[in-house]
Design a protein around this ligand. Structure first.
Ligand SMILES: Nc1ncnc2c1ncn2[C@@H]1O[C@H](COP(=O)(O)OP(=O)(O)O)[C@@H](O)[C@H]1O
Ligand SMILES: [Mg+2]
Length: 253
């Protein structure tokens, strides 16, 4: 049971979203508490990325509510979303760095965009963000000269440089080897521990989920099919949950 004393940070209520004829979200109810790491699992194509995009108003629901730190995001116009996107940053699947900019310039980008002009202030905050992700020595490199894991860390640095309170990670360890995945997991834990950052993480990586999750939710058929602690997930008697976490497809050779 969630602790009633915990403060709500993100709340989705009855969120519905169709794209074309396809009904993707069919009444998603979900709460994320301030400072927790909530991991979302579920089959590909179920709408995990779509769900995340609603949190920062990159996608708009057909019905339902999206509340971030007390603000109804679904009622905001595009230009009113800026404060929400400063509070909550999303790290996209490919880290989405600009190829022609150095790592430092990439990380400075959201600061410049949000109107910070003081070059010394920008330099200081970029340095801090690079140190948090252990990339202090690599700020002058171009993204093309970084490994996959370093690119992800640069993406994390860019997400935290504006002092976001919450980060949405879309498959942060996808296509990384187990050691590099562990580094990313440790970064997520570090941000929670040092800065109390709230995280919403979509992943297929069960090992990573068990390392970082305070709670885990499974999206299936457009609704939250399961939500609980990692222990509760492990012991959940539901067949579909067990098939997913143990990687049983039902297909035979
Ligand atoms: N912009 C879009 N246009 C059309 N279909 C989309 C768009 N975004 C997502 N979809 C569809 O919505 C479904 C859910 O997508 P997604 O949220 O990316 O799944 P997941 O992240 O769980 O793998 C998929 O069937 C996908 O093809
Ligand atoms: Mg996705």
């Amino acid at each position: 049971m969630p602790d009633p004393a915990k403060e709500l940070f993100i709340e989705l209520r009855g969120l519905h979203k169709g794209i074309g004829a396809q009904k993707i979200l069919r009444g998603v109810d979900l709460t994320v508490f301030r400072g927790e790491t909530l991991v979302i699992i579920g089959p590909s194509g179920e709408g995990k990325t779509v769900l995340m995009k609603h949190v920062i108003g990159l996608m708009r629901g057909d019905a339902g509510e999206v509340i971030v730190d007390g603000v109804h995001v679904e009622k905001l116009r595009e230009r009113e979303l800026k404060p929400v996107r400063q509070k909550v940053s999303m790290m996209f699947q490919n880290a989405a760095l600009f190829d022609s900019m150095t790592v430092e310039e990439n990380i400075a980008f959201p600061l410049v965009e949000s109107g910070v002009r003081d070059r010394e202030e920008i330099r200081k905050r970029v340095r801090e963000a690079l140190e948090v992700v252990d990339l202090a020595e690599h700020g002058e490199k171009l993204p093309v000269n970084l490994s996959g894991g370093m690119r992800k860390r640069a993406g994390i640095a860019r997400a935290i440089v504006g002092r976001s309170q919450c980060i949405l990670y879309d498959e942060p360890t996808a296509s990384l080897d187990p050691l590099v995945s562990d580094v990313i997991d440790q970064m997520i834990l570090r941000l929670q521990k040092r800065y109390g950052i709230t995280s919403l993480v979509v992943t297929h990586d069960m090992k990573s989920m068990y390392k970082i999750a305070n709670r885990v939710a499974m999206l299936k058929r457009g609704v939250i099919h399961f939500i609980g602690t990692p222990d509760e997930l492990t012991n959940c008697p539901d067949q579909e949950v067990q098939d997913f976490i143990q990687g049983r497809s039902g297909v035979t050779a």
